[in-house]
Design a protein around this ligand. Structure first.
Ligand SMILES: Nc1ncnc2c1ncn2[C@@H]1O[C@H](COP(=O)(O)OP(=O)(O)OP(=O)(O)O)[C@@H](O)[C@H]1O
Ligand SMILES: [Mg+2]
Length: 467
């Protein structure tokens, strides 16, 4: 297991170097160490370093160089032997974030700091907020995604929030329609007023009208007192009409009237009431199809879809999968006070290839479940429920989905690591199948050393019976 990332230890003190090396090697990190100040930047450039653990005195001794070349310091810096003073210059020059730890080292503290540094770093990799607007900061703190369609969505949300236009959000179940609606409200100048959601599919038809518009006392059996409706609650704010495709015809007419005149009548009232609401509607049904089949009023459809927004399913933006997994992992580790370190590459590869019919909601639920069940350590393919494994390419070795030269970059981008992994797994499986499981022969077919093949199998968590 060497999947936790690479840590570079820079310290003149051999005892500290050895102790930290041994401890973090045991924790599953790749370690590279440097004892001489001159080798610092060289080592950094030649190795794909995730975290630097450096002694303060060591860094001070290479300070001139360190300041000049601090832009190289994308990895995070964990400083040990850190004093109260002398930190400012480092904080300002290092582009990475500085975590500090006093000497003598407490290994528990070191472990938790390194974990925090890793989490922080992954967040930082995806942090689009630097230099961007407050709007984008709000968005990026709630809606996660870096794929081109998600970036376009964020841009759209930011633009549309500034207007009062009615928005229709479409997308499969679990793609984040409600999240988008809330973001629109949050970014609009209505944000200080209410965001009022109404699920049109969850409220019985005969109650929906009074739920939306309110009623006056005695207007129907059970109307014991006046009651205000969701429209009034959302006055000067945003009304979120969820599952709008399920709204019955008689209410569609009434809704159309509010959209046209900005006024409505509570059930049983004789006077209409003015209201100032921004409407955001959502549905996972194909509203155009409903219109064609006359299940949804065409005039209402046009009124609602002044600004149509479609959130693509997760399988069309697979590159968002790793960052979503990462974000949910941090959240659930935090919520449940668990310490799951991450997902092995093989496990991540499998999840990147999965179809996700339940979209982000399904992914979120899966990560929650895995965090609860696993508690700590690294999540490997064996931890995944069966249905996620059935899509694993190894089970279908003769049909490589990625062939060099023929590969087309999918519309929504690709998870490169998992595609390469998948391709490799496929060829390895074919070689093993052809050699009847004999690793020596399989290695020959792949032009690899037998030990290299075995190492790969272990690294990929591919279990093959020993010959
Ligand atoms: N881009 C995202 N970043 C972070 N979390 C997300 C994202 N998209 C969805 N989620 C999470 O997934 C879950 C489902 O999202 P949401 O309720 O907004 O989906 P929906 O499209 O309204 O689904 P449905 O059609 O089933 O009502 C929520 O817990 C939400 O926080
Ligand atoms: Mg929803």
């Amino acid at each position: 297991m060497r999947e936790n990332g690479t840590i570079f230890i820079a310290d003149y003190d051999v005892k500290t170097r050895d102790l930290v090396s041994a401890f973090l090697t045991y924790q599953g990190y790749n370690i590279t160490a440097s004892e001489s100040g001159t080798a610092f930047f060289d080592t950094l450039q030649k190795n794909n370093v995730d975290i630097i653990i450096a002694d303060l005195a060591y860094l001070h001794s290479i300070a001139p160089d360190f300041k000049e070349r601090s832009t190289l310091l994308n990895p995070l810096l964990v400083l040990i032997g850190y004093g109260d003073t002398g930190s400012a210059d480092l904080d300002n020059t290092a582009s990475g974030t500085v975590f500090t730890l006093p000497k003598p080292l407490n290994l528990d503290e070191l472990e938790s700091l390194v974990m925090r540094a890793r989490e922080y770093q992954s967040m930082k990799m995806y942090d689009r907020s630097e230099g961007e607007s407050v709007q984008n900061q709000i968005l990026s703190s709630t809606m996660i995604g870096t794929s081109p369609p998600m970036r376009a969505l964020f841009e759209m949300i930011t633009k549309v929030a500034a207007s009062n236009a009615t928005v229709l959000i479409q997308g499969e179940s679990g793609t984040g329609k409600e999240l988008a609606a809330r973001a629109i409200h949050q970014l609009s100048d209505r944000h200080a007023k209410n965001f009022v959601p109404v699920n049109c599919a969850a409220i019985p038809d005969d109650l929906l009208e009074s739920e939306l518009f309110g009623h006056v006392k005695g207007s129907f059996t059970g109307a014991y007192a006046n009651r205000i409706g969701r429209f009034e609650m959302a006055d000067k704010g945003t009304l979120f009409l969820d599952e709008i495709g399920d709204m019955k015809a008689n209410l569609q007419v009434k809704l159309l009237r509010v959209l046209q005149n900005r006024e409505f009548e509570p059930v049983g009232a004789s006077k209409s009431q003015k209201v100032d609401v921004r409407i955001v509607a959502a549905t996972n049904k194909n509203l155009e199809e409903l219109v064609i089949n006359r299940d949804f009023r065409e005039d209402l459809y046009y009124r609602l879809s002044v600004i149509p927004i479609t959130i693509p399913p997760l399988r069309e933006r697979r590159e968002d999968i790793p960052i979503l997994i990462h974000t949910f992992l941090i959240r659930f580790n935090d919520d449940k006070r668990h310490a799951v370190k991450g997902f092995s590459r093989a496990a991540l590869g499998i999840l990147c290839n999965y179809e996700w019919p339940g979209n982000v909601r399904e992914l979120e639920n899966l990560v929650e479940r895995l965090v609860i069940l696993k508690g700590s350590g690294l999540i490997v393919p064996d931890d995944l429920p069966e249905k996620y494994l059935s899509g694993k390419l190894l089970l279908n070795p003769l049909q490589p989905t990625v062939v060099p030269g023929e590969s087309k970059l999918p519309e929504g981008g690709i998870c490169l690591n998992s595609a390469v992994d998948e391709f490799e797994n496929n060829l390895i499986t074919q070689a093993l199948a052809r050699s009847g499981g004999n690793k020596k022969e399989a290695a020959l077919l792949l032009n690899l050393k037998r030990t290299t093949l075995i190492e790969k199998l272990k690294k990929k968590n591919l279990a093959f019976s020993e010959e």
